[in-house]
Design a protein around this ligand. Structure first.
Ligand SMILES: *Cc1c(COP(=O)(O)O)cnc(C)c1O
Length: 459
């Protein structure tokens, strides 16, 4: 019997191109709109915030985009990443299912985020930008961009969601170790931060507020640009190296996936893993079910609406058609800080509307239990975010135990939890509760939607 647990690619298998799913979709995604004119935003509207190369990728109609050599050179530090077969977890569950996980926790920052931080820093530096601003939730994006900024000689200022700033001091220290400056958000440094603090001096912050602050600072400085760690098309594009490698590795293992599961905050690790498989599915070469897993406390797919909304709290960004809980929504401070965004990637939202993927929500105690079960069998302590995907994998594997189905399940273990030990500590101390998100809170947040019904005719 084949006991292989690890499928490793060589450097020559490193993808040389990112995969853009947009031209393969049966319908194009609705365009982002300018909040003032209601017209689709053009490259000029985005130029104060992003370098030209990334704006071009954001709207690209090319199926494949070459990865620059300078980016490949940095990717080589940790890519290709391994694919593991979770044999000990399978045995522990007593399931006939075969569970594979693509491990992205071996990157310098410990998550999948450097896959996009590196090209974003590279393109900014190549176009003469000196300073970047960004937001971070749990600190994973901030530390990934701090690493990438150090590599390409950029200054970085990070607005970190207050709840995580207080709960996760080590990520702040990691960002500072890489040379970045970190502010808790909301901060008194920006008009958007001051407005929130005036109303809620104890605000735990949210990604939406932190984005407003970072966007405001970049827009006010000619030599600065803004970087976003999820949600946008170019971010999802960069993450497709995960799925391209996983396709080759599953082929090495001689398996074809029946189910692909991933956690979704803004959607980037999920899209990165699944888009290359979705390409194969749309071409009729395989037919996996593709399932997004989100926290019950921040359920943008399963309880949000599909509507035009701002990407940030202050309303400084374009309007994006996406699954959203409303840009005023401030989720409870759940431990999976990376899953606390009010919206969902517009591209993934569109793909969900097309019926190409499905979504479920999980309460956090089930996720922590899954994370510990995984650590005790496979050895890696997962970040709190991918424990959502693991909970869904375990649920499916136990279903297979009932039915006897030998399903092939694939997931992305998109980060390790070694800087999230305090969260595991609270769970083990019995302090993690599953808070139901009341309908009243949700409808209040949704009442703040800008009410843009449809893109203008001909768009
Ligand atoms: C940021 C992050 C997430 C959530 O972001 P996505 O764009 O949805 O991937 C999930 N897991 C980890 C480990 C993260 O760092």
């Amino acid at each position: 019997m084949d006991r292989q647990v690890k499928y490793v690619l060589t450097e020559s298998d490193l993808p040389r191109q990112w995969y853009n799913i947009v031209p393969d979709l049966p319908a194009p995604p609705p365009p982002p709109l300018h909040p003032g004119t209601g017209q689709p935003v053009g490259p000029d509207d985005l130029a104060p915030l992003f370098p030209a190369a990334l704006i071009a990728q954001e709207v690209s109609a090319d199926r494949y985009i070459d990865i620059p050599d300078e980016v490949l050179d940095v990717y080589r530090l940790w890519r290709p990443t391994p694919l593991f077969r979770a044999r000990r977890l399978e045995r522990d569950l007593g399931t006939p299912a075969r569970i594979y996980y693509k491990y992205e926790g071996g990157s310098p920052a410990g998550s999948h985020k450097p896959n996009t931080a590196v090209p974003q820093a590279y393109y900014n530096a190549a176009e003469g930008v000196r300073r970047l601003t960004t937001e971070t939730g749990a600190g994973q994006w901030g530390s990934a961009l701090a690493f990438a900024s150090a590599v390409f000689g950029l200054d970085l200022e990070v607005w970190m969601v207050r709840a995580s700033y207080d709960q996760k001091p080590y990520r702040k220290m990691l960002m500072e170790a890489y040379g970045a400056t970190v502010h808790p958000s909301p901060s008194p440094l920006t008009a958007s931060g001051r407005a929130v603090l005036a109303e809620h001096p104890d605000s735990p912050g949210s990604l939406g507020i932190a984005i407003s602050e970072a966007v405001e600072m970049a827009a006010g400085d000619e030599g600065a640009r803004y970087a976003l760690g999820s949600v946008l098309n170019h971010v999802l594009l960069h993450q497709t190296v995960i799925g391209e490698e996983a396709l080759k590795q599953l082929a090495l293992a001689g398996d074809v996936p029946d189910l692909i599961v991933g956690c979704t905050g803004g959607g980037s690790n999920f899209a990165g893993l699944t888009f290359p498989f979705l390409r194969e599915k749309m071409a009729g070469r395989m037919s996996p079910v593709i399932r997004a897993v989100e926290p019950a406390a921040c359920p943008s797919f399963t309880r949000g609406v599909y509507a035009y909304d701002f990407g940030d709290t202050a309303g400084l960004t374009p309007l994006f058609k996406m699954h959203t809980l409303g840009h005023d929504f401030v989720p409870d401070p759940i431990h999976a800080g990376g899953l606390r965004y009010h919206g969902m990637s517009p591209l993934l939202s569109h793909i969900y509307e097309l019926g190409l993927i499905e979504a479920v929500a999980k309460p956090q105690s089930e996720c922590f239990a899954a994370g510990l079960r995984f650590a005790r069998t496979e050895g890696i302590l997962p970040a709190p975010e991918p424990t959502h995907a693991l909970a869904a994998c375990i649920e499916e594997a136990l279903r297979c135990k009932e039915t006897g189905e030998e399903k092939v399940i694939l997931t992305a273990l998109c980060g390790h939890g070694l800087l999230d030990l305090a969260a595991y500590g609270s769970y083990q101390a019995g302090q993690v509760t599953d808070l139901e998100l009341p309908d009243r809170v949700l409808s209040e947040a949704l009442s703040g939607l800008p009410g843009v019904a449809a893109p203008p005719a001909g768009a």
